[in-house]
Design a protein around this ligand. Structure first.
Ligand SMILES: [Zn+2]
Length: 368
């Protein structure tokens, strides 16, 4: 068996005999990778061995309680079976895999949303290099990329009744995609189609690759003030937001990658940064503004508005050059009545219809 050894010290060495609690195991199955997340009470040393059919993870000086223990048993399209066993003071986890994967692993310190130290292991599908990829021709269909905010390790905002923003955004995005796909001459592309995390820059890339005519990011916001309610629609401002509230929102939406469990260095994408720099933004800015107004006026028919006019903020996901891009905060998940609406099937459909009509009106009136 081919093996190689990785030995890593996490932040600082652990002295003494006190064993570190392994608090949780989580798995996220995405179209191109599976993410394994292990929550540790404190940083721990680990060792990863990669075989042909399995990956063995040894975490030193640890303890697992019975409830957590059960969570290791998992399987999906890449992981066939998992095993756990104790060897003296260490726990050895074995993941039996169905083919070869590219492994990526790193650790994340606690943050505002997670108290635990996270050990993250990604199993990426290896691309088949023999098959030459033919670049698909630009679809003649009007293409809308729908971006369901957050996902996987990043729950987004958490509601009054503990509703998770990531679930609401996905439900709305899926419904909207269905509507668009049923309309002649249009097609929808989802930036994520399940409960897994997608980097903010990958969402922008997806819009580029799909040669999208429009990019719509779906969110549901939360603030401390439980009275705040209603929808708002944002367009990009490179200068950043004006109002204090929009600045806070800008910060929380842009920090999604940290909660989603990406290494901070991953935003150092030279190619993408170049694309983002060199183009004239005027035309796109105008189109985005018109799209935002169109959606906002429809949303005003189905529920309260938080802001009557489109707002501006420096959101990473809105940075696609040339593609009109808006971010819709559908409602405040932190407000009791808004949260109820977001969870309710009928009002969810109304929100979807409003966004859809907003898109259509924009496409009919302003697109050349
Ligand atoms: Zn959000």
């Amino acid at each position: 068996m081919f093996r190689f050894l990785i030995f890593l010290l996490l932040i600082q060495p652990v002295f003494g005999s006190e064993r570190i609690g392994i608090e949780d195991f989580r798995f996220w199955d995405a179209p191109d990778h599976t993410r394994i997340v292990i929550d540790l009470e404190k940083p721990a040393r680990y060792q990863l061995d990669k075989g042909d059919q399995k990956i063995i993870l040894d975490i030193e000086n640890t303890v697992v309680d019975r409830d957590t223990y059960q969570k290791i048993f998992y399987n999906d399209q890449r992981i066939k079976k998992t095993q756990i066993r104790r060897i003296k003071n260490n726990y050895e986890l074995t993941y039996f895999v169905s083919k070869k994967y590219k492994l990526n692993h790193f650790t994340l310190p606690p943050n505002a949303k997670y108290k635990m130290h996270r050990l993250v292991i990604d199993l990426y599908d290896t691309e088949d290099k023999v098959v030459k990829k033919v670049k698909p021709k630009k679809s003649s269909l009007f293409t809308v990329v729908i971006d369901a905010g957050h996902g996987g390790e990043d729950p987004g905002a958490i509601g009054y009744q503990k509703t998770l923003e990531k679930n609401i955004t996905l439900q709305i995005a899926r419904k909207l995609a269905k509507k668009i796909n049923q309309s002649p001459g249009m097609r929808a592309v989802l930036s994520r189609s399940g409960d897994y995390y997608v980097k903010l820059t990958s969402r922008v890339r997806k819009a580029q690759k799909s040669e999208a005519d429009m990019f719509i990011s779906i969110h549901a916001d939360s603030v401390k003030n439980r009275k705040a309610k209603g929808a708002s629609v944002y367009t990009l401002s490179e200068k950043g937001a004006k109002s204090k509230y929009a600045r806070q929102l800008e910060k929380s939406e842009n920090s999604s990658d940290i909660f989603g469990g990406e290494m901070i260095a991953s935003s150092n994408d030279k190619h993408l940064n170049k694309i983002l720099r060199d183009f004239s933004r005027k035309e796109k800015t105008l189109q985005s503004e018109l799209l935002a107004r169109s959606i906002l006026s429809q949303l005003s028919r189905v529920g309260p508005l938080h802001k009557k006019h489109p707002e501006r903020a420096n959101f990473v996901v809105l940075k696609s050059p040339r593609i009109p891009s808006v971010l819709v905060e559908t409602a405040f998940i932190s407000n009791q009545s808004d949260e109820k609406r977001l969870r309710n099937e009928k009002s969810q459909n109304q929100i979807v219809d409003a966004i859809f009509i907003g898109i259509l009106k924009f496409a009919n009136n302003y697109r050349r």
